[in-house]
Design a protein around this ligand. Sequence first.
Ligand SMILES: Nc1ncnc2c1ncn2[C@@H]1O[C@H](COP(=O)(O)OP(=O)(O)O)[C@@H](O)[C@H]1O
Ligand SMILES: [Mg+2]
Length: 346
Amino acid sequence: MAFKRTYKFAFLSSLLLSFLACLILFGLDSYFNITLPLNYFLIFFISFLMLSLLIIQNRVQQFIYKKVQKIYDNVSLLDVSDVDKRAMTSDMDTLSKKVNEFAEGKRLEIETLQVREAYRREFLGNISHELKTPLFTIQGYILTLLEGAAKDKELRTKYLKRADIGVERLIYIIKDLDMIAKLESGDLNLKSETIDVVSLIKDSFELLEIKAKKNDITLTFDKNYDIPILVKGDKERIEQVLINLIINSIKYGVRGGVTTISIANFSINQIVINVKDNGEGISEAHIPRLFERFYRIERSRSREQGGSGLGLAIVKHIVESHKQQVFVKSTLGKGSAFSFTLKKVI
Ligand SMILES: Nc1ncnc2c1ncn2[C@@H]1O[C@H](COP(=O)(O)OP(=O)(O)O)[C@@H](O)[C@H]1O
Ligand SMILES: [Mg+2]
């Protein structure tokens, strides 16, 4: 046992010292020609042994304690005053266990930092990639115009219009980035308003009517909601959630498709809003990553549909900052349903 180790050490050391002391005494004895009785030696030996044992044991303990205290202080494992002096000096197992725990904690901390660093790098890479595409498109049109296309009136208008679409795309991405940054830094300042979701959905439908018509998509409720359904939340943000989900259903829908919104009870104090489409759907493999920033499905129409890949990340952020949940259900080729809960006003 570790407990006995220091005693054993002290005992052996004092035994050695006592022998040496006796040997010196014996040497002096014969040098000065004094003959001391054997009893005298015995008493000397025993008292020397006891004294040195006491001193060594104490000194060793003191020494270890100081060293250990230093280690504890350095690694700030725990408050030194919490530790029993005797237990700490003799129980090396506890100490090494604590140090190991500490090292493990540090290892985890470093791992998290590394993951975060990789994430940050990926994030920056994604931003520049997303910005580059529209920027180069715009530059391409401007260069063509400068090289002479500007003289042709028809071409001029056509290229300027295309450049304008690129600029709009840039603005769209930057707005999304701005929103993500605000959401992540936490200075969102969510308002707590009483909102009628029925009229909020109607407003969003109206706002996106032209876009939906362009893609030949019908926006509709699953049934008539005659009376207002009141919830608590930040109106502007919740409208943003609705708009993002409806826009997705338009962008990834099929021509002649339908986007249906339903409102239902979810729990005693929650409702759930469901945005369902009969569009291209999402394969199961992509679903877990869908809400990540910049995540877009390569094979879907997302590339030509030019979004930022931030829409669903924003949706998740807003819903979760309301302490609510968001769900997705989708079948490839059949359609998708995104839903989120909201707190009822009762
Ligand atoms: N209703 C939907 N139907 C099919 N795919 C969808 C739908 N909503 C989102 N997706 C897929 O999820 C990806 C991420 O969506 P989102 O975060 O809104 O980014 P964005 O729309 O800018 O590409 C989209 O690129 C698309 O592939
Ligand atoms: Mg989107």
